[in-house]
Ligand binder design. Structure first.
Ligand SMILES: [Zn+2]
Length: 437
């Protein structure tokens, strides 16, 4: 029986806590036995998995971070032998090495069902034609949505990397009724609809599922009023990687966390202490059913607050409000997370050296967000030939776009563009907010 009918979304609180505790203990035992990283982490604190007797005992276990993923590249955090892994995914991390996650057959089945139930909550069914349009940096999610949408028997147009104009052509000609996309890509699509003089009533689109970025009420209002669609926000992590870890129901009062498969905690990002319900902090997640790549107290960097009270929809899964700022230095461009260290590493790798002065900016042109990299023209980069410099920019831009999965433009700038700046080498966000609510 599919999960969305199995009642795990509506367990009473005591039953759910019991289920979570059993699954947590099993996860900790497997992680302790099979993953040296977690074993060392627990041993350093003198904790044996058997000592975790309640859900709140979890807070004695140290956090896992993206840096730990990098340190254990590629397979160091797998809890099953490679022969049991049937799919391997890669996500860009904060540091030099990407995050590699694996799935057993069972993991894939669970993910398919989780995505299916989140789509089901958005009213997606076998009567829908579903189109997936996300940036290359979210390609793994495209696969997960394809699997989940097939499970609810929608007709799926899988993720293909196309220009926005071609995506719109598919949307119109194939009579797409459900679009999975990011806020940024949806904004761009809306812009294109009007620029192409298309009457939104001629489109079959009725549902837009927004992924990868926190809710933006301004964009959602515009989509609702101008394209006449309902919007639904899904929260996910590239690292698990799963796109529908939390989802909106018809009550639109926060996002339900799939708590039967993930244990959420909200912590103070500075002290690491668990904060009370209703207080904003960093979301920390522990997987409860994942076999190949379990995460124990993973710091997501996403800012949320747990919402008190019951949801009118009848699901007892806790709800989070997903807030727009992050607790770390990652930035989100078109739903894809990017870190300044990672860009600097790619620059160095492509050029063979790290330039003396550079800036990373997020900008927007015609509602299309992209990363702009400024490099100072100096002896190392300077070429007498204009064509030589153009070639360098093109090569760098292509390489970074491919690696990061978001559009990147390179600009060579004179020294004056860097003067009087306290160069922190962090990413500067210069996007204008396109629509105020
Ligand atoms: Zn609900």
């Amino acid at each position: 029986m599919p999960i969305w009918n199995a009642g795990e979304e509506c367990l009473d609180l005591e039953e759910r806590a019991q289920l979570q505790l059993e699954r947590l203990q099993s996860t900790l035992n497997r992680a302790y036995k099979n993953v040296p990283f977690y074993r060392n982490l627990l041993q350093e604190k003198g904790i044996e998995p058997a000592r975790i007797e309640t859900l709140t005992d979890l807070q004695y276990i140290p956090f896992a971070t993206r840096e730990h993923f990098s340190d254990n590249y590629p397979y160091g955090l797998f809890a099953v032998p490679l022969r049991d892994v049937v799919r391997i995914h890669t996500a860009q991390g904060t540091a030099l090495k990407p995050t590699v996650s694996g799935y057993t057959k069972q993991d894939l089945l669970v993910w398919r069902e989780l995505v299916a139930r989140s789509l089901f909550a958005a009213g997606v069914s076998k009567n829908d034609i579903l189109q997936i349009d996300v940036d290359p940096g979210l390609i793994n999610w495209g696969q997960a949505y394809k699997d989940g949408a097939e499970a609810v028997e929608s007709s799926v147009i899988p993720l293909t990397i196309l220009t926005p104009e071609k995506q719109l052509m598919l949307l119109r000609d194939y009579k797409t009724s459900v679009l999975i996309t990011s806020h940024s890509a949806a904004t761009q699509m809306m812009h294109l609809v009007f620029r192409s003089n298309l009457n939104p009533n001629e489109l079959a689109l009725r549902t837009v599922v927004l992924v990868g970025e926190p809710p933006d009420a301004g964009i959602q209002d515009r989509l609702k009023h101008e394209l006449h669609v309902k919007t639904w926000v899904h929260y996910g992590l590239s690292e698990v990687p799963g796109p529908a870890l939390a989802f909106e129901c018809e009550a639109r009062q926060g996002l339900h966390v799939s708590e039967d498969h993930f244990l959420p905690e909200v912590v103070d990002p500075t002290t690491g202490g668990v904060v009370p319900e209703g207080v904003a902090g960093e979301l920390v997640l522990t997987t409860l059913t994942t076999r190949a790549f379990p995460l124990v107290r993973f710091r997501t960097g996403d800012r949320v607050r747990l919402l008190p009270g019951a949801c009118p929809c009848g699901r007892s899964l806790s709800r989070i409000e997903w807030l727009s700022s992050r607790t770390d230095e990652m930035k989100v461009i078109r739903g894809v997370k990017v870190h300044h260290q990672q860009i600097a590493y790619l620059l160095e790798r492509t050029l063979g050296f790290l330039p003396n002065s550079y800036r990373f900016l997020i900008r927007s042109e015609e509602l299309r967000d992209f990363l702009e990299v400024w490099l100072k023209v100096d002896e190392a980069i300077f070429s007498d030939e204009v064509k030589g410099m153009e070639r360098l920019c093109l090569r760098l831009g292509k390489e970074l776009t491919q690696e990061l999965g978001v559009p990147v433009k390179i600009r060579l700038k004179e020294e004056s563009s860097f003067q009087s700046l306290q160069l922190s080498h962090r990413i500067e966000d210069l996007r204008a907010k396109p629509f105020e609510p």
